[in-house]
Ligand binder design. Structure first.
Ligand code: FAI
Length: 525
């Protein structure tokens, strides 16, 4: 069955006139009658092409600074008549209204005006009213009309005009796309209205409604497990991040690669100095800072070379040739960095499967969400420069004030500890982790794990001895610190705040171990 509808008459009303010239020339050549609004009509006229101005069609002038142009029954009856129905066709004839076969519209740039810091008046004036009405009308009436909202589809429109029109399937697909266009637009308007124009959060910072729009970027091979299906979607609004990273080499990113790479970037980007985090299952198996990025990588890798096998590496500086050579020796799933020195990518590419990503953005949304069954949790993001993260604000709970080198290690351990899942205990020496205990359901086990990991790398080498320890939350009892002290940890930093703090403090005092309280907790679940 031929369900094409020949394109004889088109309504054109676009704010962004990119590509319009070629489109209207092509449509005119294909014998399409053009009807158009103010600026669009002027452009068409300027090309010497025949065009009917909407105001000549409606007999009503465009008015109120363009607020009313196409909002007229002569326009909307021409878009909305269902031409499968004899009655609609007869009514159009009675009313003397010609139907449209094609509607081409793009909307006022609302989001761009907000992003450019427009005034409230300017932003409100960019809320398109007539445009979405036409888009929605044409999309609803896709059995009779084709709707184009994306310049990328102009070529298809020309092809259709030359070849008997769009098919029903094509019109349906264009209609679905058009409703995404208006829905995305309205999410932008509603979000701005509810957060900037009025404070629907009533001072809490959490608006009464949140809307999100995401565009599918890829269907992934599978999800967290092979029997799960998965896809990647990109933010319609908001800052770019890992999802927009450029992949320079390697196999397709998997679901778990994305999760681990996000965790790796979060960890490495916590530091101002060159830093590398190596992640497995969203937890660090090594994290370190260094004079340069290659040194940071060496130190991070040394923490737990066994676990680093098959890990995800994030660097907060461009990867140098020296670092690339080091990484090339280890089986690595993903490496992500803000850039790569000349020659570094070529070295990394020596491994066929390593995924090499460039992600330049740091930071992101000030809030994060987590779906739960039936809803969504939203919180402000945890950040390492929270009050209490600066050593200047720490309280010496017991022991001698740490010397500069020890204090630097404590500061490193405190930041690095935040990247491990709670309960987290991180032992550090000379700006690198040496043992990490994470994800345990009690803090004693995390202490045991951190010490065991530190001391099991080389037979007889006790890396825990002389290290410093950080705990992401307070010690509820002195049993955890007891393990650390027995292992030779010389200083501990923790939030403090337990009702039994004095037991932990007393224990450290007895053993001459320095302990600082930060007053800030960094749980990570
Ligand atoms: N009010 C109306 O009747 C109306 N009809 C069409 N528009 C918009 O006017 C713009 C095109 O205007 P022009 O062709 O004058 O440059 C399009 O973005 C279209 O969405 C309108 N503008 C805003 O609502």
């Amino acid at each position: 069955m031929n369900d094409q509808i020949p394109i004889k008459r088109a309504l054109v009303s676009v704010f962004d006139k990119t590509g319009l010239e070629d489109l209207v020339r092509g449509l005119a050549e294909a014998g399409v009658e053009l009807v158009s609004t103010g600026g669009s009509a002027s452009l068409i006229e300027g090309l010497g092409l025949p065009v009917t101005k909407v105001e000549d069609l409606t007999g009503f002038p465009e008015c109120l600074d363009g607020r009313v142009k196409t909002l007229h029954p002569r326009v909307h009856a021409g878009i909305l008549a269902d031409r499968r129905l004899d009655d609609h066709v007869a009514q159009l004839a009675d009313l003397g209204v010609e139907p449209f076969d094609l509607v081409v519209v793009n909307l006022y740039p609302f989001a761009a005006t907000v992003a450019a810091g427009g005034t409230v008046e300017e932003i409100i004036e960019k809320i398109d009213i007539g445009g979405p009405s036409m888009v929605r009308a044409a999309a609803k009436n896709h059995p009779s009309v084709a709707i184009i909202t994306d310049g990328a589809d102009y070529g298809r429109a020309l092809e259709a005009a030359r070849n008997g029109g769009f098919t029903y399937e094509e019109r349906k697909a264009l209609a679905a796309k058009a409703f995404v266009h208006t829905a995305t637009y309205d999410v932008g308007v509603a979000s701005w209205m509810g957060s900037v124009l009025v404070d629907s959060s009533e001072g809490t910072g959490f608006p009464a409604w949140i809307g999100g729009t995401y565009d599918k970027a890829a269907v992934l091979r599978y999800g967290e497990n092979p029997h799960q299906n998965a896809a990647l979607y990109l933010n319609g609004f908001g800052p770019a991040g890992l999802a927009q990273a450029e992949q320079l080499h390697g196999k397709e990113m998997s679901y778990n690669n994305y999760v681990d790479t996000d965790a790796a970037r979060r960890a490495a980007n916590d530091f101002a100095e060159p830093a590398v985090a190596i992640i497995k299952h969203a937890n660090p198996c090594g994290i370190a800072v260094g004079e340069d990025i290659a040194e940071a990588h060496r130190r991070a890798h040394e923490c737990d070379p066994v676990s680093a096998f098959g890990g995800v590496i994030a660097a907060n500086r461009p990867v140098t040739v020296e670092m690339a050579k080091q990484v090339a020796d280890v089986f690595t799933e993903v490496i992500v960095a803000p850039g790569y020195e000349d020659g570094a990518v070529e070295i990394l590419q020596g491994k066929k499967n390593i995924r090499i990503l460039v992600a330049t953005t740091v930071g992101g949304s000030p809030v994060e969400t987590r779906p739960i069954s039936g809803g969504l949790l939203m919180q402000t993001v945890d950040h390492v420069d929270a009050e209490g993260d600066d050593v200047e604000s720490w309280t010496l709970a017991t022991g001698e004030p740490a010397d500069a080198a020890t204090l630097a290690d404590l500061a490193f351990a405190w930041k690095a500890c935040r990247s491990a899942k709670s309960n987290a205990i991180l032992l550090a020496k000379d700006g690198g982790s040496v043992g990490i205990g994470m994800g345990q359901v009690n803090r004693v086990d995390s202490c045991k794990l951190a010490v065991e990991r530190a001391n099991s790398l080389v037979e007889g080498e006790e890396r825990a001895r002389g290290s410093v320890a950080a705990s992401d939350a307070f010690f509820p009892f002195e049993d955890g610190p007891q393990i650390l002290i027995e292992a030779g940890v010389k200083a501990i930093v923790q939030p403090g705040g337990s009702v039994r703090d004095e037991l932990t403090v007393e224990l450290c005092k007895q053993h001459g171990v320095t302990m600082y309280f930060t007053g800030t907790r960094h749980f990570f679940h």
